[in-house]
Design a protein around this ligand. Structure first.
Ligand code: GLA
Length: 395
């Protein structure tokens, strides 16, 4: 797909390319994502309801005369060079991930050229908006284009996901799926059991989705994420022995858990119960949006946050505070943390006509209580990863 030219690479990136490299770049644009609802359900083979957003990672790469891969991470003002197939466990985070991506691409038979390029954009890092999925899928997309391979979004998603696993994050498929399948003005409901999906217009009438970034990311996130996943898998494994029909968490019911409560790990029960209820909330949200029932959508957002905070325990004080502040605002119908948790953003469903004063008030209280300055971004649903072609500017 070629993406709309109304957005173009930031000038700082264009000039960084010129400053560092002689070749002519091919640009790929990769969006971040929000998730309306359905958190920590993807790796549990449940439902998610994400949308790509109008914040982007840009990757401009050209073929290089120098062997290997040279990359400038423009926002960090860092430059690195490595050979395909090398993996340095002690490298900086973004570089290690890049090396992992190249290894996974090679493992899938993609040819890695000598390449040089820049990357950067306006998806805040560590904010739960999938800047890393944008970078990963964007890079693999570029390699597909360069190889002249037919674009296969699911294959690209899986390569980028495998790279996350390689660097120790046992993530699900939602982020990579969402940034690749995004469509302007649409959210997409995905069933992670069989990867079937439906687009749903994200037409919120007089409402708007506003992200408020706590601007914290607690260290815990990686290990706790993997722990939650393991905890749920353990319950499924135990129930497989107890209930013949159980193959995945999707076959589990709350009644079943009740029946076998004594044989199951109490913490695992709590986690799995959250997932079952969160799955139900995704389906309910889908219906609420179809019917334009925004109050109900808002209520489901609050319920989701409550579950993520109290049952799944992946929230943090700063996120909880922002959600509490949302509840005090008449113009906010609902709010919850978005993404893996332990920091990052809350997603707020707000009256469009009052979003600015409302979010400014919330930000001021947040700042006075935490000493942290939050960022505020209204968002709309955007197209997924695609090549940006300069000539389409004047088309
Ligand atoms: C991270 C992961 C996703 C998903 C979310 C939580 O963003 O990358 O796979 O599990 O957390 O919903």
């Amino acid at each position: 797909m070629s993406v709309s030219s109304s957005f173009h690479p930031p000038l700082s990136l264009l000039s960084a390319y010129q400053e560092h490299f002689k070749s002519s770049p091919r640009w790929v644009r990769a969006p971040g994502r929000i998730n309306l609802i359905g958190e920590h359900t993807d790796y549990n083979l449940g439902y998610v309801f994400p949308a790509a957003i109008d914040r982007f990672m840009w990757l401009g790469f050209g073929e290089s005369k120098t062997e290997g891969i040279t990359v400038v991470a423009a926002d960090l003002n860092e430059k690195a060079h490595f050979l395909p197939g090398s993996f340095d466990d002690h490298a900086r985070g973004w570089l290690k991930y890049l090396q992992a991506l190249i290894m996974e691409a090679q493992a899938k038979g993609l040819e890695i050229p000598s390449m040089e390029g820049v990357l950067g954009g306006n998806i805040p890092v560590g904010a739960g908006l999938s800047s890393s999925a944008a970078m990963g899928t964007g890079l693999i997309y570029w390699i597909y284009l360069h190889n002249g391979r037919e674009i296969n979004l699911m294959d690209i998603a899986r390569i980028a996901q495998a790279a996350e696993h390689r660097i120790g994050v046992n993530c699900g498929i939602m982020d990579q799926f969402a940034v690749l399948h995004g469509k302007s003005g649409q959210a997409v409901r995905l069933d992670c059991l069989n990867l079937s999906f439906q687009y749903a217009p994200l037409d919120l009438d007089e409402y708007l989705l506003v992200l408020i970034n706590t601007n914290v990311k607690h260290e815990l996130s990686g290990t706790a994420y993997n722990d939650r996943r393991a905890s749920c898998e353990q319950i499924v494994a135990a129930l497989k022995d107890l209930e013949p029909g159980v193959k995945t968490l999707r076959d589990v019911t709350e009644n079943m858990i009740e029946k076998h409560r004594d044989a199951l790990d109490p913490e695992g029960i709590q986690r799995v119960t959250f997932v079952l209820r969160e799955n139900a909330r995704v389906l309910a949200t889908s219906v609420a949006l179809e019917n334009g029932e925004y109050d109900l959508f808002g209520e489901l957002l609050y319920q989701s946050h409550e579950g993520l905070s109290q049952e799944y325990e992946v929230s943090c004080g700063e996120l909880d505070l922002l959600v509490e502040l949302a509840k005090e605002e008449p113009a906010v119908l609902g709010a919850r943390m978005v993404g893996g948790g332990f920091g990052g953003c809350t997603l707020n469903l707000m009256l469009r006509s009052q979003w600015e004063e409302t979010s400014a008030r919330m930000a001021a209280t947040y700042q006075s209580q935490t000493g942290l300055v939050p960022d505020i971004y209204p968002v709309t649903a955007a197209d997924g990863v695609g090549e940006w072609l300069e000539e389409t500017v004047n088309a």
